[in-house]
Design a protein around this ligand. Structure first.
Ligand code: NAP
Length: 262
């Protein structure tokens, strides 16, 4: 398989819970390509899991960052400024919406739940880009993770679909701001993959099965597919691409109608 060489590059991956996490799937590919890695995890309870995951990567740096806590966010970039000086790549793989906001009708979303979902899932990208920008260097780039429900109605996805729309629009505006310095940012729009966050979405397994039934490739996508696209977009191979939302969904989103098998 074609291997990108990222020896000497440094990447911060934000939002890894376990080995199924999409953040981890991109991290594993970055590691295989030779990049040095740092990770952030939300709460102390996840530290042990991340230590286990990174036990074969002795240079990995681990930081606890809840993206709603400005001081925690600033602390990770201050430390990386000290130890690394620059950051080449940044992966934003963070999303959250209260469960009750994804169970009923979108119209019933409470103000608090709406603000929480948008703050954690979309505003965090803006805050992270702002903190990272001074550490970016020639060729630096970011990726975030999004989903088809940003564009079309996916029942139950509700406020998370609206948050993903804000996320994708932010990618375009951030691309404009960062592009002036030659830095890039793109979104990976992944089809359903079994992760902790995905399994908390009501009806996730129905969505998961539907993709294999309808998509041109007739299959689901997995962590491997997402990791490959993430690393491609971060790397110099995608040097002319910014502000984009690129799908890795076995082609599901190109279908306008499903007539069953014919
Ligand atoms: P995941 O492993 O559960 O990752 C989501 C991460 O977000 C978790 O590490 C979670 O930490 C973190 N997070 C939540 N609130 C946070 C906060 N306040 N501060 C810092 N981190 C916080 O699930 P995933 O599926 O890989 O999700 C990664 C990204 O991919 C998300 O943006 C998701 O929407 C997107 N995505 C997933 C799929 C899919 O089917 N899996 C498809 C398209 C897009 P905790 O574990 O501590 O909550």
């Amino acid at each position: 398989m074609l291997q990108i060489d990222l020896t000497g590059k440094r990447a911060l991956i934000m939002g890894v819970t376990n080995r199924r996490s999409l953040g981890w799937s991109i991290a594993a590919k970055l590691h295989a390509a030779g990049a040095e890695l740092a990770f952030s995890y939300q709460g102390e309870r996840l530290k042990g899991e991340l230590e286990k995951l990174t036990k074969d990567i002795p240079t990995a740096r681990l930081y606890q960052v809840d993206v709603t806590e400005e001081d925690q966010l600033k602390a990770v970039f201050a430390d990386l400024a000290d130890v690394w000086g620059t950051i080449d790549y940044l992966v934003h793989a963070i999303a959250f919406a209260p469960r009750e906001a994804m169970e009923g009708r979108y119209i019933d979303t409470s103000r608090d739940d709406w603000v929480t979902a948008l703050e954690i899932s979309a505003y965090s990208l803006v805050a992270i880009a702002r903190e990272a920008e001074p550490l970016f260097t020639e060729g630096s780039s970011m990726v975030t993770l999004t989903y088809y429900a940003a564009e079309k109605v996916v029942p139950k996805y509700n406020v998370m679909g609206v948050a993903k729309s804000a996320l994708e629009a932010s990618v375009r505006y951030l691309a404009y701001d960062l592009g002036k310095k030659g830095f890039r940012i793109n979104a990976v729009s992944a089809g359903p993959v079994k992760t902790v966050a995905a399994r908390s979405i009501p009806g996730f397994m129905k969505m998961y099965k539907r993709v294999a039934a309808v998509s041109p490739l007739g299959r689901q996508v997995d962590q491997e597919d997402v990791g490959n696209l993430g690393v491609f977009l971060l790397s110099p191979m995608a040097g002319g691409i910014t502000g984009e939302t690129i799908y890795v969904d076995a082609g599901f989103h190109v279908m306008g109608m499903d007539l069953g098998d014919d």
